[in-house]
Design a protein around this ligand. Sequence first.
Ligand SMILES: NC(=O)N[C@@H](CC(=O)O)C(=O)O
Ligand SMILES: [Zn+2]
Ligand SMILES: [Zn+2]
Length: 428
Amino acid sequence: MTSYLIQNVALLGGEPTDLLLADGVVKEIGTIAPADGLETIDATGLVALPGLVDLHTHLREPGREDAETVETGTRAAAMGGFTAVHAMANTEPVADTAGVVEQVWRLGREAGHCDVYPIGAVTVGLKGEQLAELGAMADSAARVRVFSDDGKCVSDAVLMRRALEYVKAFDGVIAQHAQEPRLTEGAQMNEGELSGRLGLAGWPAVAEEAIIARDCLLAAHVDSRLHVCHVSTAGSVEIVRDAKRKGWNVTAEACPHHLLLTDDLAATYDPIYKVNPPLRSQADVEALRAGLADGTIDIVATDHAPHPHEDKDCEWAAAAFGMLGLETALSIVQQTMVDPGLLDWAGVAERMSHAPARIGRVTDHGRPIEVGEPANVVLYDPSVRRTIEASESASLSRNTPYAGMELPGRVVATFLRGTATVLDGKLQ
Ligand SMILES: NC(=O)N[C@@H](CC(=O)O)C(=O)O
Ligand SMILES: [Zn+2]
Ligand SMILES: [Zn+2]
């Protein structure tokens, strides 16, 4: 196993120092002399962060291997600086049994680009009718702690209550896709003046906020853990802020695209901008950024949602919801949060590594870069700018809304337990 001497790196953006990664762990931090047998990396100008952890990735395997596989999705993750991803349950078959979650977990181990933590479905077949085998998934080799019907909302209040009660037994969490189904029938984009003008059915903020408010109350009532997926509105941020103020066990995520893009892009009628929940207004974007800065929103999660071109290259109403996110997440967080001074690099490490690992109850990722800790590290160059090319993605799909855009920063290297999964910006 190669040992790496990383010289002159800004640990969490601090003063330059050297890092020695050997035997899978951080061996030494400080001024370290080069030695035989050490692979030396000049990291002048680079920032070292703990390997990123995504709490919300769609890997599409099993069932939609034409969109993504565990192999290709974890390649994209490594390229984005991630050392662990949580794989959403809306596969075919749905990850609602110990058998399916163990299969995904095993595929992740075989791929080896980053660790894969399967998310279990809350209800059988994501149908919202009957609880899935949550306990069996928790006890399986995959040790599932996060449960979600993502793509669908657990809209039945009684089922949601039971799920919240059930996961307490193994310290699990319910990650809710907050979308009141009756209020969003046929919904295509953010409800507002523009949706009326474009003739696209509106997805109102209240459909998200009503479910989040209900679920916060339910989580408090049964004293369980709720995580809110892809918060997209200013009102949702307010509700989560209020729940936290009351001391309730509620965490929330924001996605890079909701931190950067707004609903006026729908005027292009290009379904590359079609996503669930939809892109919202500039005021919502500002509220999400403020919420992420003050800790109301705990984490950034990508909601990486690959789709093959036939599901995206069609008219808006017929197109699938979702966009790629793994390879561009850190750049967008730099652009929207770090460069404007809303977050420093330690804040980014908290929201993209430490906190997502804590929420997912993952113990060997999201740890501080300290001597003796697993060498899960990303080296990032915030000083370069790059133009995004869809064709260069490691994902099997091409549905990035950032194609042609210039974004700051580049992942130079990713280390998973001391092994480089990315080096010089290239997959290993
Ligand atoms: N976000 C999306 O627009 N799509 C996701 C489902 C989801 O996250 O709700 C997908 O699975 O494609
Ligand atoms: Zn969702
Ligand atoms: Zn999702």
